[in-house]
Design a protein around this ligand. Sequence first.
Ligand code: HEM
Length: 530
Amino acid sequence: MLPYIVLSCIAWLTWKLVRYASASKSQIDNLPGPASPSWFTGHLLKLYDKQGWEFHRELLNHGPVFKLQRTFGRPILCVYDSLAMHHIAIKDQHVFEELRWLTDMSIDVFGPGIISTVGEEHRKQRKLMNPIFSAKNLQQITPVLYEVVKRLTHGIETLVKDGTAEVDVGRYMGRAALELIGQAVIGHSFDPLTEHHSHPYAEALKGIVPAVYALSSYFHVYSPLRSLIPTPLRRPLMNVLPSRRVKDVLQIVDTVNTNAVKIYTEKKREVESAVQLGEGRIATGGAKDFMSIFLHANARASERDTLSEEELIAQLSSLLFAATDTTSNSLARVFDCLVKRPDVQVRLREEITAAKHVHGGGDLSYDKLTALPYLDAVYKETLRVYPPTPLRFRETRADSILPLSKAVRGTDGTLMHSIFVPEGTLVFIPVQAANTNPALWGPDAGEWRPERWLAPLPDALTEAKIPGVYSHLGFTFAELEMKMVLAELLSAFTFEDAGKLVVWNLSEVVFPTVGQDSPTPAFPMKVTAL
Ligand code: HEM
């Protein structure tokens, strides 16, 4: 049996190699790009290098349309041309889909939720979820978020009661982001934000990325193998795999699912009894939580758009997962920028204090907070220069033609006005390069300068169809919570360098650590009470 399997594998591999070698060269092969360091691994190790910042910065020298290499000399189409990005992220998003192994893995971990589904299924989920993040709902949730941020402020106050103390701002941002989204999505508290507290659901959600990435060497075989195994047999087979790492992932999956089902069941009961009472809405601390709104919306949706119970449960963990690390590490980055530029920190504090004064010293409303111009500039400039999620990949699910805003010359001298992208092409959007492209943002594009947002932006930028840099499903919520945390903490404390070697690690979500070897997000800062 074993020799037969080995022979079949060799035959399959030989056939693949012959087919690849004899295939006619595509337009993508004809694109310019940096030389590949290895035929086997291409540029992948450089792209995923935790400290590969220089490599990502240098991609600006090759764009806006070029190629890199993946395994076995196959090309990766790299694009930050604005028109092409518009097609990838908006116009033809049904063709330029998430990577297959990533959606397969997400389905196995979370179930069929918003981050795991593609195509019609995904459209249906997004249609139901979009209204949840409306300005009206965010206004309603604002007092709930203030309550959490005040607990956060109080937690830090107890640490700096003698005036100044070293505080791990990175860790506090992580705890706060989870509590904020927990309260907003399910009206559930995961963390009092005073003494340390651990919740099994929260711990499991935090453990997903490290546990899954410990299996990264198997990613390329995951989807093909998975598709060969019938669904009912997948879990029993995984249970008997003699691997500690697989068992860790399975344990996390079980904890996530058990807790999601428990919380969903409670939430559903609350909504049903509210409907019976004729209230039509659920109150959590005076405001609706997103899951309740979602359940109501689902109950009212047409049959075609209704989500199954399995899909609703999957949204719970998907939302908590998508919202936590992204927001907390982005917040840590803003504080890092403010520590490096004390003049900006002072000016920002002045804007916030003045606005609070004008409004009687109380909490700024949703409208007032999100409209503060300098706070908005600092927030946007930080996400622009330091994109929290720089590794954006897509995989084409059909042949497509990608139009370009400016023609690109191939290595054989041909001028290409568009690129033919065959099905199965791996596409990389170098977000770092897109966000700091001098052709759009001007000659100081690489500089962190919040003031640029207070003057008219360059025409080249406003005319370009840049998609999604500041917009996606959860961004309105992220903006609200980040601005609120900044406004409240800057009103209470000053932040300075604590003299620790903090490095930013390149990953699906960029995170800070003390030293290069630590896997745990941390950012100690010297915090002084005002
Ligand atoms: C600064 C904070 C955040 C960053 C940088 C961020 C970044 C991203 C990125 C890059 C994607 C993938 C988009 C794509 O490839 O098309 C994404 C998807 C998503 N994010 Fe966020 N996110 C943040 C905060 C949040 C928050 C607070 C929530 C929820 C309240 C959230 C919910 C989602 C959801 C549901 C998706 C999937 C959307 C879809 O597939 O349609 N995110 N996020």
